[in-house]
Design a protein. Structure first.
Length: 331
């Protein structure tokens, strides 16, 4: 039997799975979700996880929320440095693949089932066209897939860190507020969990909108303000939180259109990450698509692009399992 480890290492949480690669596909034997900040480094986390596993893996495929350069990966929102050779030596693994977590999501796209997707625009899918992936989570991940003549291959991008381009007077005021604080304002700073917190701060501190004393106290004591902002935005009991989600979705739709153009995503634009499935009820497809296609002469092209929200919260892990299975079967 060929056993392998698959992982999705994020700034907030990490998913790990011990898997078996068989002729008919991959079987997950053990899976755990761990809080990344509870551990000083990845080897410590892996040692604890593997102690609970009935078999020892021979190889590993790990998606990382940050750039992978050569043998090393840097987690953008956690501060860890992951070294492929250190992992091989520490755990005796034959092979280790480190990939950007968005490449992991890309690996999963071709095997996603219809019930794992929520469609915003049916479009006209080109079966060999480029595919783009945009995932607002703790940060903002982007990746893309290209058809090589026989299958899709996934590639990384750090496009979430490019300059934010406002498309309305409100967004321009948001940009000015954040530029005064941050210097450089990227899409990640306005289109992610970080972005939701930043938009909320702009509305309260920059625009003077008020929240209730109870919510203000809860936010002040919260380790992570984003779940509270999202919850109150969905319940519509706080105008500031509701407006925060509206601005966030407008910016997301505009950046999704940018990404679809840049990668000519006639095979589809897929929206991943953990935020969107939680706020699905607040997403109006018509409103989203109006912002998505608002690119002047590119509007007709964008109107034909399929747009889907990935509902599977473990999509990046699924992609790592796909990659790890291929690695294990190579022997």
């Amino acid at each position: 039997m060929a056993y392998f480890l698959a992982g999705d290492l994020g700034g907030t949480k990490t998913l790990l799975a011990l898997c078996e690669a068989g002729a008919d596909g991959n079987v997950v034997l053990v899976e755990q979700c761990l809080k990344s900040h509870d551990y000083p480094d990845l080897p410590t986390m892996l040692t604890e996880f593997l102690a609970s596993c009935p078999h020892s893996p021979e190889s590993a495929a790990i998606g990382v929320a940050g750039p992978v350069l050569g043998e090393r990966a840097q987690l953008t929102n956690l501060g860890w440095t992951i070294d492929r050779n250190v992992l091989k030596s520490r755990f005796g693994w034959r092979q280790v693949v480190l990939m950007n977590d968005m490449v992991g999501v890309a690996h999963a796209i071709p095997v996603l089932a219809a019930d794992q997707l929520f469609t915003l625009n049916e479009g006209r899918k080109d079966s060999e066209g480029g595919i783009a992936v945009l995932s607002p989570g703790t940060g903002l991940g982007e990746s893309y897939l290209c058809w090589d003549g026989s299958r899709y291959r996934g590639y990384p991008s750090e496009g979430g860190h490019v300059d934010f381009a406002p498309t309305s007077d409100e967004e321009e005021r948001l940009w000015r507020f954040l530029r005064a604080r941050l210097g450089h304002v990227s899409y990640e700073q306005v289109c992610s969990g970080l972005g939701i917190a930043n938009i909320f701060s702009y509305l309260v501190e920059g625009k003077g909108m008020e929240v209730s004393s109870d919510l203000s106290a809860a936010l002040a004591s919260a380790e992570d303000k984003v779940p509270l902002i999202v919850a109150h935005g969905l319940s519509r009991d706080c105008p500031v939180c509701g407006r925060t989600l509206e601005i966030f979705l407008d910016i997301l739709a505009a950046e999704a259109g940018n990404v679809a153009i840049k990668f000519l995503a006639t095979g589809g634009l897929y929206l991943g990450g953990g935020i969107l499935p939680r706020i699905l009820e607040s997403i109006d497809p018509a409103t989203f698509m109006k912002k998505f296609i608002g690119k002047g002469r590119m509007a007709e092209l964008l109107a034909g692009i399929p747009v889907h929200i990935i509902l599977d919260s473990e999509c990046a892990l699924l992609g790592a399992i796909q990659a790890g299975g291929c690695l294990a079967r190579q022997g």
